[in-house]
Ligand binder design. Structure first.
Ligand code: SF4
Ligand code: SF4
Length: 280
């Protein structure tokens, strides 16, 4: 048995991506992997147990000033402005370093070596036999990609739902590189449609099979979204209703599928997903 990774993404934050990912994980009996490492909140709802964690480290330049001749070649080479030549010293701005090691290649005196720097952790727990994993970026760290890469290096066998970062930035791209399909979550609003278009563009670049789930569904105002998806030939996998009761359940850290109308909606989505991704 191999890993089948389905990414759940949204063009914008607040569309209900984590709600979809956590509820579907339970219904589909899928492993849940939270790749939204800047704000990994899926554990609030799934409440996994027996959590173990391992640090994520990146490599950062360590400059030996006894060997350094202050030639400035490394500072000119760094594309990320992570090095600065004060003429007395070479300053390293560690949080701007992308660990590309170009600086050490151009250093003729071999003054640059690398040391590990912790930027986050990977947590792994379980919930009723299913694996729950998440990456957690340390507070104040700017680069989420190394944490996402380590999180997805060895995904569990079976069906995995990858809860992406919101938007279409390099964080979402890093997750999609490991996916074999995608679920796009949107909402019937002008902003929702604008950002959905970007997400569609992204998954098409990866040539992934995908479908759309419309959250906060409102029949009166949602027709424009259905028309757009129909025109693009994109399958709507289901609709999730918009009820105050769901917001109350969510704010208590509970699963919205405890509400019968939501359970029905997620059951329909789960069965449509099976058709699109053919995992049954
Ligand atoms: S490893 Fe790359 S990003 Fe980091 S300081 Fe060196 S050149 Fe800059
Ligand atoms: S390239 Fe090497 S020798 Fe030149 S400034 Fe950088 S660390 Fe110093």
């Amino acid at each position: 048995m191999r890993a089948l990774n389905i990414a759940i993404l949204s063009g914008k934050g607040g569309t209900g991506k984590t709600t979809v990912a956590t509820n579907l994980a339970e219904i589909l009996q899928a492993n849940y992997i939270d790749c939204d490492v800047e704000e990994p909140n899926g554990y609030i709802f799934l409440k996994p147990e027996n959590i173990m964690n391992v640090a994520v480290e990146v490599e950062c330049p360590d400059i030996n000033m006894e060997k350094c001749i202050l030639c400035g070649e490394c500072t000119k080479t760094c594309q990320f402005n992570a090095l600065f030549n004060t003429k007395k010293d070479i300053l390293v701005f560690e949080k701007m370093c992308h660990s590309c090691k170009a600086c050490s290649i151009v250093c003729k005196t071999k003054a640059i070596t690398f040391k590990p720097r912790k930027v986050g952790v990977i947590e792994k727990g379980e919930k009723q036999g299913l694996i729950c994993m998440r990456g957690v970026l340390d507070i104040g760290e700017a680069m989420a990609v190394p944490v996402i890469k380590k999180l997805l290096r060895h995904t569990p066998v079976g069906l995995n739902l990858l809860d992406c970062s919101p938007g279409t930035s390099c964080n979402a791209v890093s997750t999609l590189r490991h996916a074999q399909g995608a679920l796009l979550v949107t909402e019937p609003s002008a902003f929702g449609l604008h950002d959905l278009r970007m997400a569609i563009c992204l998954v098409r670049k990866f040539d992934l099979p995908f479908g759309v789930i419309i959250n906060k569904w409102d029949e009166k105002n949602g027709e424009f979204l259905e028309r757009y998806l129909d025109g693009e030939g994109i399958k709507i996998l289901g609709y999730i209703p918009y009820k105050r009761e769901a917001a109350e359940v969510y704010s208590r850290g509970e699963m919205v599928r405890t509400i019968p109308a939501y359970q029905q909606a997620f059951d329909r989505i789960a069965s449509s997903c099976g058709e699109v991704f053919q995992w049954n």
